[in-house]
Design a protein around this ligand. Structure first.
Ligand SMILES: NC(=O)c1ccc[n+]([C@@H]2O[C@H](COP(=O)([O-])OP(=O)(O)OC[C@H]3O[C@@H](n4cnc5c(N)ncnc54)[C@H](O)[C@@H]3O)[C@@H](O)[C@H]2O)c1
Length: 392
């Protein structure tokens, strides 16, 4: 067996996603990883100290020392950071959403008050710039959509490929009771509300599985053709009654969304995303095919079920993401990151960098997802009329 290659990597951003990326890096086994350091606008010192890695004073310094960089920054900076990395000929692992529209830069910008076509046009232009930078680079964009690498989705890929299945309908959801990041509340940082922030996960998995189906049977991916959507801001309604269980300080974003995607072969997907669901994270995808039916439970799943009569007994026990109470029946995740696909994703990306293995989650898939979502915002503005989707 040939020797393992060594890859030098860097982390950009020092928040929530930078933490689980670092955890996943520690589990990479097919490549020797040397983490060179972290660069972030906030919290870099604290992050670096906890992990015993250096802090870099500039992005350029970090890029210089690395083969691959993890873009774990706020969505509004993904394009700028990734393009710098690609221009230096390095690989960029870019967190979701790939990119988007982050307002007009004015203080008065408000997500409720601008034409959605503007968002779509700007998002498409941003995608073009990123793809152009990738084409001109010796590096690549590796799109950190963990749903693609979640074991349940990969098992479904195998079923589709080996049975030649035709997927007729996918329905899927990502939901919980509200994202923790302060910046999430603002369109100007997040590029939209829950339809992009959470909807991107199940949507990208649905686009991926239809692409898998197309390649397995006809040789080319089956792409989205049009989308209809609705969005709502339920916690911003004047009549919303806050009892303290659901985050409700959003400034100008949607917290409920549904997208109905029609693919070029006439089949469909329905994708829900919301920030109003209690009882822990609710991430699942169901496939109705001509020869099988699959339910992928990403989180929760019932690998483990526990009944705890006294809340306090579990005070030092992590149960599962976003669970409101640990008393009574719960579904503790014995390996939450594994079920979610984080270590498999990072392993695959390092193999792509070291050995040139193709990545399942790439810039084209990311581009189609972002294009579909902003077309969905245009549709929602038109109360759900179908809007064509441009694909890449
Ligand atoms: N795949 C997932 O499950 C998942 C989960 C959470 C967040 N995310 C994504 O990860 C990204 C970051 O989210 P988060 O929750 O970690 O946010 P966060 O607010 O916890 O951390 C963001 C970090 O990025 C830094 N930053 C922002 N702009 C920067 C710039 N231009 N240059 C350098 N550093 C910069 C901040 O200083 C901070 O350290 C977002 O795109 C989000 O959608 C993905």
């Amino acid at each position: 067996m040939s020797a393992k290659k060594t890859v030098r990597s860097g982390i950009v951003g020092a928040g929530f996603s930078a933490s689980f990326h670092h955890e996943a890096i520690r589990k990479v086994h097919g490549v020797n990883v040397e983490v060179q350091g972290v660069y972030a606008l906030h919290r870099a010192e604290e992050y670096a100290k906890a992990r015993g890695i250096p802090v870099m004073s500039s992005l350029e310094d970090l890029i210089e020392r690395c083969d691959v960089l993890h873009v774990c920054t706020t969505a509004s900076s993904h394009e700028e950071v990734a393009v710098k990395i690609l221009r230096a000929g390095r690989f960029a692992i870019v967190e979701k959403p790939l990119t988007g529209y982050f307002g007009d830069g004015t203080d008065s910008f408000h997500g409720d008050r601008f034409p959605r076509q503007t968002a779509l046009d700007h998002a498409l232009a941003s995608i073009e710039r990123m793809l152009e930078a990738e084409r001109a680079s010796t590096g690549k964009i590796l799109y950190a959509e963990n749903w693609i690498y979640a074991p349940a989705i990969q098992k479904e890929r195998e079923i589709i490929e080996k049975t030649g299945a035709q997927i007729l309908w996918i329905h899927a959801e990502e939901a919980h009771s509200g994202s923790h990041a302060k910046t999430y509340a603002y369109w100007k940082y997040s590029g939209g509300g829950v339809m992009i922030g959470k909807g991107c996960h199940p949507l990208t998995a649905a686009l991926y599985l239809k692409a898998v189906e197309g390649r397995a049977r006809g040789g080319k991916p089956i792409k989205p053709a049009e989308v209809s959507a609705r969005v709502h801001a339920l916690t911003r309604m004047p009549g919303f009654r806050d009892e303290g269980h659901i985050r409700c300080d959003y400034y100008d974003i949607d917290d409920f969304s549904m997208m109905h995607v029609v693919f070029e072969d006439g089949t469909v997907a329905d994708v829900f995303a919301s920030d109003i669901i209690l009882g822990g994270i609710h991430n699942w995808l169901e496939v109705a095919a001509n020869n099988h039916r699959t339910i992928c439970n990403i989180n929760p799943n019932n690998a483990m079920q526990t009944y705890n009569p006294v809340e306090a007994n579990f005070k030092d026990i992590y149960v599962v993401e976003k669970i409101g109470t640990k008393q009574g029946w719960s579904f503790p995740s014995p390996e939450e990151d594994w079920f979610t696909g984080y270590p498999q994703e990072i392993e695959a990306f390092y193999r792509a960098v070291a050995y040139g293995d193709p990545a399942e989650s790439d810039s084209r898939l990311a581009a189609d997802a972002i294009s579909t979502i902003y077309s969905a915002y245009v549709s929602a503005e038109r109360s759900g009329s179908a809007v064509p989707v441009r694909t890449f």
